[in-house]
Write a new protein. Sequence first.
Length: 138
Amino acid sequence: MELRHLRYFVAVADWNGFREASRRLHVAQPAISKTLSDLELDIGVKLFQRSGRSVALTPEGSLFYQEAKQTIAQSEHAVEVAQRAARGEIGNLSVGFCGAATYAYLPDLVRQYKTKFPGIRLSLKELSLHYSRTSRKR
């Protein structure tokens, strides 16, 4: 089963027929009809009662409709999350800082960043500088 099958199914249910779903989806009516027949065959459940030019959801089709709408909404949400991550609006950012050298400006900078990018999980790690006698220049 593909999302396309669910989208066609929901469209036919929402618009009470194949003709209007076809017009709104810009897909040939026979293609929608064939896709939904294949869907019914794949899942082994009759989703529509067909009577001439009208269609109605079966009781099983009504339950499937609710689940299909949720599945479509979840897939759209997944796409949105991926796009937001690609734009840098959500995700994780780790920042290392050197203690006293950054105390004057780091808290304000972090607040500004969190205001501008509330979907980013910011992780701060204080770093320490170790100097040994051999690493210092004389």
